[in-house]
Design a binder for this molecule. Structure first.
Ligand code: SAM
Length: 273
């Protein structure tokens, strides 16, 4: 099954224009797989009719659902492990460099269903209890998709989700069973502020960040969009702040304003002086 060329081209253009995400003809199967549930749920006769209705712009929620469905929201707790070990080391250093202000801002800039910011919150509770109780710690967690943000705000995960990357000891300590799911403890929840933010749109005012996790999102953007985003990130991150990318993402060939740093089994980046 294929989507008719005019509607497929319309969707590719809209996705790129609104979110930066690029898809090509090889993703026909993906469009079909992601649009069918919306068509069925909204009782729309076909994918083409759905996309025509998005084009007409009568119902903005339709556009949001379609674009959100086209994104990959794959995530897990403590994904790739090493960035979190490195973050632990960096926070250890920030304890001295930020001792006067007693404040930390960590931004999870494409947080999906919340596993990434909640992993950071667990790391802080587990290893930096004094900071959590006596400093002002803010974990900003943003995403384009309202759908994933609604789930993230619930802070409630399935067995499968808690079975991916979450050490059993942390599951026992920071999650409570609730209605067949696992609900994250208040001590982690209270550190995280979820907000809708489009990385390629206008950003609301953000506090200068000590650490940014911008992981596994730029790989869906083209080079020009990545370059522009990394330039903006240089203004969002403090001069001695740190930026983490996903395991398959690098700065090679894009913005030259970052210095690569060696972490514990992974790289991270600092703005060049
Ligand atoms: C693969 S997930 C990555 C989640 C998490 N950072 C991780 O590494 O596990 C990518 C997320 O990026 C979000 N996203 C895609 N384009 C975006 C944009 N323009 N602005 C903000 N978020 C975006 C998607 O909604 C999705 O939840």
């Amino acid at each position: 099954m294929k989507v008719a060329p005019p509607q497929f081209a319309f969707l590719c253009d809209l996705l790129k224009k609104r979110t930066g995400v690029v898809i090509d003809d090889s993703k026909q199967y993906l469009v079909v797989a992601r649009m069918l549930p919306i068509v069925r749920q909204r009782k729309i006769p076909s994918i083409e009719t759905l996309l025509d209705r998005v084009r007409q712009g009568i119902d903005p929620s339709l556009e949001r659902d379609v674009l959100s469905a086209m994104m990959t929201h794959e995530t897990s707790f403590f994904r790739d492990t090493k960035p979190f070990e490195t973050l632990r080391q960096i926070i250890g250093e920030l304890m001295s460099t930020r001792a006067a202000e007693k404040q930390l801002v960590i931004w999870s800039a494409a947080c999906s269903t919340g596993q990434e910011p909640f992993s950071i919150a667990m790391l802080l509770n587990e290893h930096f209890r004094d900071l959590v109780t006596s400093w002002r710690i803010r974990i900003l967690a943003t995403d384009y998709s309202d759908v994933v943000l609604a789930k993230a705000r619930e802070g409630s995960f399935t067995d499968l989700e808690t079975g991916r990357g979450l050490p059993p000891a942390l599951k026992q300590k920071y999650f409570r069973p609730l209605q067949g799911r696992w609900s994250i403890a208040q001590e982690c929840r209270r550190l995280v502020e979820f907000r809708q933010l489009n990385l390629i749109g206008n950003w609301p005012p953000l506090p200068p960040c000590d650490v940014v996790f911008l992981r596994n999102v730029m790989l869906y953007f083209d080079v020009a969009t990545r370059d522009a985003l990394l330039q903006r990130m240089r203004r969002a991150v403090k001069g001695d702040g740190s930026l983490f990318l996903g395991g398959a993402e690098t700065m090679i060939g894009i913005d030259q304003g970052w210095q690569r740093m060696t972490g514990l089994g992974c790289s991270y980046y600092r703005p060049k002086k």
